[in-house]
Design a protein around this ligand. Structure first.
Ligand SMILES: C[S@@+](CC[C@H](N)C(=O)[O-])C[C@H]1O[C@@H](n2cnc3c(N)ncnc32)[C@H](O)[C@@H]1O
Length: 314
């Protein structure tokens, strides 16, 4: 439905995990833990009993099959309560499957309970609920202020400037920490360089600014733009490069990724400039042969962005 199938998200997951900036994640986690602690020190305003009120509450926007949780949950201490929001029912179905498989591979128990899944690591319990929602039309239905942290991965480059302004405003008003990881920044470096890389890159850049359901997207400019918006809302921000490195000789996984990236790049270029399809096909055939021979590497530029509520404590 969204064009992001679960197989593609699974293929990129280890490259995403390796690329992320650890220092920004650590600062995010410290802020989430502090906010949860502050909330727990305040007298309860509601008589509604929520699941493990002391648990850190996180929402992952455009969660796909749940890869963000799989990276961050093991880094956060104690019980956690996650809400995974996405508009694609197939990816929401994949969340339960992938989380179950992941938990089993670590010897953790995963059961259907408490209105979602509960993963029991032996040290802590993590509740994971899914919510199907269109973040373009219905973003306001997610009450950001009721969470201790907001996360999103590989999403910001799909949205419009107007949507990013909404996000920045809402993060500032809710005074909630945000970690937005792996936003593409437009850099794609094939090694060794070859004729045709420039034309492929230009087509990709043009495609990135297309409408992905939110109006014209900011594409490669998204992370820097959001950072400026958050700064002007009084948040404290940090940004770091988080590039995919798909190295020659990186084994079957790297080769599969390289072939996928070659095919995707050529398909995007053909869509943008059908008249030059033969040139792009030639480029793809050459790059595929290099990937299969183990002589191709690729670096894809991404940025991680952290925003903390302003004020002396941040
Ligand atoms: C590149 S994928 C990233 C998924 C996940 N965060 C990850 O890192 O694996 C982009 C995600 O945005 C979601 N998405 C796109 N448009 C959306 C919308 N209007 N509302 C909610 N989710 C949306 C897609 O369904 C997809 O899961």
């Amino acid at each position: 439905m969204s064009g992001f199938d679960a197989n593609w998200l699974a293929l990129r997951e280890p490259f995403d995990a390796a690329a992320r900036d650890g220092a920004l994640a650590a600062r995010f986690i410290a802020a989430v833990v502090e906010r949860a602690a502050q909330r727990n020190r305040m007298p309860a305003v509601s008589t509604r009993v929520s699941w493990r009120p002391h648990a850190c509450r996180l929402v992952d926007l455009a969660a796909g099959a749940g890869s963000n949780l799989r990276v961050l949950a093991p880094l956060l201490p104690g019980d956690q309560d996650w809400l995974l929001v996405d508009h694609d029912p197939e990816l929401i179905a994949a969340q339960a499957r992938e989380l179950g498989r992941w938990a089993a591979s670590r010897g953790w128990r995963c059961s259907v309970a408490e209105g979602g899944l509960v993963i029991d690591t032996g040290q802590a319990q993590w509740r994971v609920r899914a919510r199907r929602l269109d973040l373009q039309g219905a973003f306001d239905q997610v009450q950001l202020g009721s969470f201790d942290g907001v996360t999103t991965t590989a999403f910001l480059d799909l949205v419009s400037e107007t949507w990013l302004e909404r996000l920045a405003d809402r993060i500032a008003v809710a005074a909630v920490p945000l970690l937005a990881t792996l936003t593409v920044d437009g850099r794609r470096e094939w090694q060794p360089a070859s004729d045709g890389d420039g034309a492929i890159a230009a087509a990709f850049e043009q495609h990135q600014q297309g409408d992905k359901g939110f109006g014209a997207s900011l594409g490669a400019a998204a992370a820097d733009s959001l950072r400026a918006m958050l700064d002007s809302c009084g948040c404290l921000t940090g940004i770091a490069q988080a590039d995919w490195r798909v190295d020659r000789g990186g084994g079957t996984q790297a080769q599969t990724m390289l072939l996928r990236m070659v095919d995707e790049s050529a398909a995007v270029a053909r869509e943008v400039d059908p008249a030059a399809a033969a040139v792009f096909d030639q480029w793809a055939a050459f790059r595929r042969s290099q990937a299969l021979a183990g002589s191709l590497s690729l670096r894809v530029g991404h940025q991680d962005l952290l925003a903390l509520p302003g004020g002396p404590q941040a």
